[in-house]
Design a protein around this ligand. Structure first.
Ligand code: BGC
Length: 398
């Protein structure tokens, strides 16, 4: 499997746009149908029961390609994604758990890594959990030192989403819906969110986000899967070779809030414009790496969102031959090298998830945008529809 050609990319983008039609059809379908009514390529199962008695369903999705995945209604979490290595041997390449208990356990909540989850309302940090919009100041939870992180005390990662499985000419998947009440976690406006996961026939996971609001509000939606292309639980990702299509990044202060500068990566350990092992410079004497405890930074892909997804990053594993390519319409990419993983939680295959045993590539707007006038705006106005598209493609190389 090679990197997709330009032709297949154009096809992919066109396919993504036509997903809107399937989405409209899915909208009229009943929520959480019984297993008997499942569309081709989707199997429903019970993943667990929340403490308040609500059942959490999961969906196993396969599209006739080489990849299959599972996603659950709690947090919209991708709990499993199996992809073949260069010899055709499949492994689960995302960190996570086999049961709901894993995601609810005190050890997991203490570490709070957001494995595989949908993140909102605001992915990444807002300084001091505060922003001013149309002359009014809003105070959000400060759940990460002095700052607000990933939507607050109970972000979208902990909500029970309503799932509608579907299949279309592109593949099979699930539309996840959640309505966030006006004032939830301190944010203004009722926000209606849809996230569509499509696993296509050619081993692509397309994630299409849309949102509407009743009042002006900041929104920054992302997906928080941790990948290990050698298989989850197999150790560190430092041998993975990374390419990021970004000539600049946003340096941070001591609490990981962008300073507001947009700095060139040239001549720094943040230069991934050429394929470079993640471990090559992660311990370099560099103040930004010290602050992030490794890579935990927003890379600038563009100064504004793009109309169709453009290539953002490529990760390869020399050991397994697995390759992950990322395309997005988003202007930013948070590359997080799993620096806070510390072995305190044990994943689905029984291995503790140690330091840097998974990496996240979070397509997004820049952190703290509501307080940074030089960054692309994250304010959604009533009457507008936020649309954002990200594509993860899995392949192999020799
Ligand atoms: C952040 C990290 C954080 C991790 C888990 C990432 O998106 O950039 O700083 O530790 O999420 O919360």
């Amino acid at each position: 499997m090679k990197q997709p050609s330009l032709r297949s990319l154009v096809f992919l983008s066109a396919g993504l746009l036509s997903l809107g039609a399937a989405q409209a059809m899915a909208a009229s379908a009943p929520a959480t149908p019984s297993s008997a009514a499942m569309p081709p390529g989707v199997e429903q199962f019970v993943f667990g029961t929340l403490p308040d008695g609500r059942t959490v369903h999961g969906y196993r999705i396969s599209s006739g390609g080489h990849v299959d995945m599972s996603v659950i209604e709690y947090g919209g979490i991708i709990t499993s994604l199996k992809a073949p290595d260069r010899h055709g041997e499949k492994a689960d390449i995302v960190l996570g758990f086999n049961s709901l208990e894993g995601y609810l356990s005190p050890a997991y909540k203490k570490l709070n890594p957001y494995f595989g989850a949908l993140i909102g309302r605001y992915g990444n940090r807002i300084a001091d959990g505060r922003f001013t919009l149309d002359g009014k100041t809003y105070q959000l939870a400060t759940n990460d030192g002095p700052n607000h992180l990933h939507g607050g005390d109970e972000g979208f990662n902990q909500k029970l989403w309503q799932a509608t499985p579907f299949s279309s000419s592109e593949g099979s998947g699930v539309v996840m819906r959640y309505t966030s009440a006006d004032g939830e976690e301190g944010y203004p406006g009722e926000l209606s969110v849809e996230v569509k996961y499509t696993l296509t026939h050619d081993d692509t996971l397309a994630i299409d986000y849309s949102a509407r609001t009743t009042k002006a509000t900041p929104v920054n939606l992302t997906q928080h899967s941790y990948f290990n292309l050698n298989g989850e639980g197999s150790g560190s990702i430092l041998d993975h070779v990374m390419t990021i299509d970004a000539a600049s990044y946003t340096p941070v202060n001591k609490t990981l809030i962008p300073t507001g500068e947009i700095e060139t990566v040239a001549g720094t350990p943040f230069d991934f414009t050429q394929p470079t092992p993640i471990g090559a410079r992660i311990e370099a004497d560099n103040e930004q790496l010290t602050r992030g405890k490794g890579y935990d930074h927003n890379f600038v892909l563009a100064r504004e969102p793009r109309p169709t997804p453009e290539h953002a990053a490529r990760v390869t594993s020399p050991q397994s031959g697995r390759v992950l390519d990322v395309w997005t319409t988003e202007p930013g990419l948070q590359f997080y090298s799993g620096n806070f993983l510390d072995g305190s939680v044990t994943g689905k295959s029984g291995h503790a998830y140690g330091h840097r045993s998974g990496l996240a590539l979070e397509t997004q707007h820049f952190p703290d945008s509501p307080n940074q006038s030089g960054f692309p705006s994250t304010i959604l106005q009533p009457g507008e529809t936020l649309e954002s598209h990200t594509v993860y493609r899995f392949s192999t190389e020799d």
